[in-house]
Design a binder for this molecule. Structure first.
Ligand code: FES
Length: 160
């Protein structure tokens, strides 16, 4: 049975000389082709509260995504003008006190950019610097009523 599977794998991968592959490589190949991916990401549900729109929307993100990734997926109004490259403050979000403390300190570059953010609070962070984790489960992330975008013509970039 295993030999038959391996032969199939070899055919699929147009491997002409099976002897050249070690058994370890063949088994890895076998695993990657026939085993299901059990590494699916953990999902976290939380809310975005939009002050300007006066709405609260429940969203779901995958562990490891950024707040901006999830916001854009759910069409939430976070600009992220620098495309999450830590060069603007348009992804400014406000966290609750508990979440803010548990997330730990922002890096120096983030702190500098936060100083430019519109409506800065003591629990402000940049959404592109916050990775989704179980810490956010059931929490509410507030989107401020405005941003300070340095584009003079008010250009608002589309998320990619
Ligand atoms: S998207 Fe520009 S700093 Fe976060």
């Amino acid at each position: 049975m295993l030999i038959k599977k391996l032969s199939t794998i070899c055919k699929l991968n147009t491997i002409k000389n099976k002897q050249k592959l070690g058994i370890t490589k063949l088994l890895k190949l076998n695993k990657s082709l026939f085993c299901k991916d059990n590494t699916s990401k953990e999902r976290v549900k939380f809310n975005f509260k939009n002050i300007k729109e006066n709405t609260t929307v429940e969203v779901e993100g995958e562990v490891g995504q950024t707040l901006v990734d999830v916001a854009h997926k759910f069409k939430q109004d976070i600009e992220a003008a620098c495309d999450q490259s830590l060069a603007c403050s348009t992804c400014h979000v406000i966290l609750d006190q508990e979440t803010f403390k548990k997330l730990g300190e922002a890096c120096e570059e983030e702190e500098d950019l936060l100083d430019l953010a519109f409506g800065l609070t003591s629990t402000s962070r940049l959404g592109c610097q916050i990775k989704i984790s179980k810490l956010l489960e059931g929490k509410t992330v507030t989107i401020p009523s405005g941003t300070r975008n340095l584009y003079v013509d008010g250009h608002k970039p589309e998320p990619h």
